[in-house]
Each structure stands twice: as structure tokens, then as C-alpha cells.
Design a binder for this molecule. Structure first.
Ligand code: FMN
Length: 204
């Protein structure tokens, strides 16, 4: 039993009524029960979004730290803070609502702020190398339809995309939980219980 730093990242617009938040909260509870000591840090990107990437920010990312102007250092402060938070974390829990066949724009904005050459990935050796290693990631994906199987599986861009971008930054140990089919007749009413049961029976 060891101490774990857990970073919970929420992105639903639905606050307390959010299904992805409900699922991610259940995951965090199980993690808390598994490890003797957990420090949980929560970021709600819907309430506190990171800025969209700009040319000014991107130029500052590419400028060596010692050569950055005060204005450049200031403009990338949200990125620097977000990278510090993720570097500290042993476990990441991403609550991901499916919006318009993809992840919320606020979550994409966060990813754009943390995906930085020589900070979270590197091409120094010629091949891409992820620098955020030794982290466990749990995805808590909620959706109106069903995307894990059946005819909508081909439209499942969310899990695939997250596994690719997280893996690119070194986070390859990813476990997915889904709360899906909320709007599907005869399925929606069981969706929450089914998802929570999957969390309950999983060995964290
Ligand atoms: C703006 C918006 C777009 C949505 N787009 C989709 C979609 O493309 N596919 C789908 O299956 N469900 C879609 N839904 C339903 C949500 O995925 C579902 O309500 C889910 O529970 C949202 O997560 P949340 O409760 O954590 O906000 C959409 C919901 C909203 C509000």
C-alpha cells in the first residue's frame, strides 16, 4: 500500500447531473479504498477551461526557457501549471462525456496545452518518445449511444483518440469504463447501474 497522487479531470457541462462525473467519482472512490493514502486533485475544465492554443503560445513553447520574454512566460503559465499537475500524478482519471462524436472542446484545449515537445514528448532520438511515463489512466466515458460494440463502433473516435494522444505522451496503461446507451430504449434505465457495477467488480 503506497501513497498515490490522483488527478481527476472533469469536462462535462452538466455538473452534478453529469454521468461521466458520476462514473469518474465511483472510480476515484475505489482508488481511495485501494490505496492507504491518496491525494486527490480535481480539475473541472467546464468551470475552469484552459485557453485555446494561439500562435503566441506556440512560439513561446518553442523558445528556450532562458530566452523567453516575460510576456511569453506569462502566456504559457496555464500550460506550465497543467504540465506540473500531470507530472505529479500517479493516476489520472478522465471523465469524458461524448459530445458530437468527440471529446468536449475544453478537454481538447487541455490536451493542446499539455502536449509539448521536450516537456511531455520528445523527438530527440529520432523516434517519438513519451515523457509522461509510469502513470495509470482510467477513462470514464459516457454517451447517449453505444460505441463499444455494434453498429456505432466504427464511430468510436473518443477512446481511440485518447489512447493515441495519451500514449504519445507516454501514458500507455489505460483502462476504460463506459456509461453508454443512456438514450437507447430498454438500455438507458440500466446504463448507470451497469457502469457502476463494472467499476465495483474491477480490481484496482
Ligand atoms: C452537446 C451534446 C452533444 C452530444 N453528442 C452526442 C453524440 O454525438 N453521441 C452520443 O451518443 N451522445 C451524445 N450526447 C449525449 C451525451 O453523450 C450523454 O448525455 C452523456 O451522458 C454526456 O455526459 P455527461 O452526462 O457527463 O455530460 C450529447 C450530449 C450533448 C449535451
Amino acid at each position: 500500500m503506497t501513497k498515490k497522487n490522483v488527478l481527476l479531470i472533469k469536462s462535462s457541462i452538466n455538473g452534478d447531473f453529469s454521468k461521466s462525473n458520476q462514473l469518474s467519482n465511483a472510480i476515484v472512490e475505489k482508488i481511495k479504498n485501494t490505496y492507504q493514502e491518496c491525494l486527490i486533485e480535481t480539475i473541472d475544465l467546464s468551470e475552469n477551461p484552459l485557453p485555446f492554443l494561439t500562435a503566441e503560445m506556440y512560439r513561446a513553447f518553442s523558445t528556450p526557457k532562458s530566452e523567453r520574454s516575460p510576456a511569453q512566460s506569462a502566456v504559457i503559465l496555464p500550460s506550465e501549471n497543467a504540465i506540473q499537475q500531470i507530472k505529479k500524478a500517479d493516476i489520472l482519471v478522465l471523465a469524458v462525456p461524448l459530445y458530437n462524436f468527440g471529446i468536449p472542446a475544453s478537454l481538447k484545449a487541455w490536451l493542446d496545452q499539455i502536449a509539448r515537445a521536450n516537456e511531455t514528448f520528445s523527438y530527440a532520438t529520432g523516434a517519438p518518445q513519451g515523457l509522461l511515463t509510469n502513470k495509470k489512466v482510467y477513462l470514464a466515458i459516457s454517451s447517449g449511444g453505444v460505441y463499444s460494440e455494434g453498429m456505432m463502433k466504427a464511430y468510436d473516435f473518443t477512446e481511440n483518440y485518447l489512447r493515441i494522444i495519451l500514449g504519445f505522451m507516454g501514458m500507455t496503461d489505460v483502462e476504460t469504463f463506459r456509461l453508454e446507451g443512456i438514450f437507447v430504449p430498454n438500455m438507458g434505465e440500466h446504463a448507470v447501474n451497469k457502469a457502476l457495477e463494472a467499476v465495483e467488480t474491477f480490481s484496482f
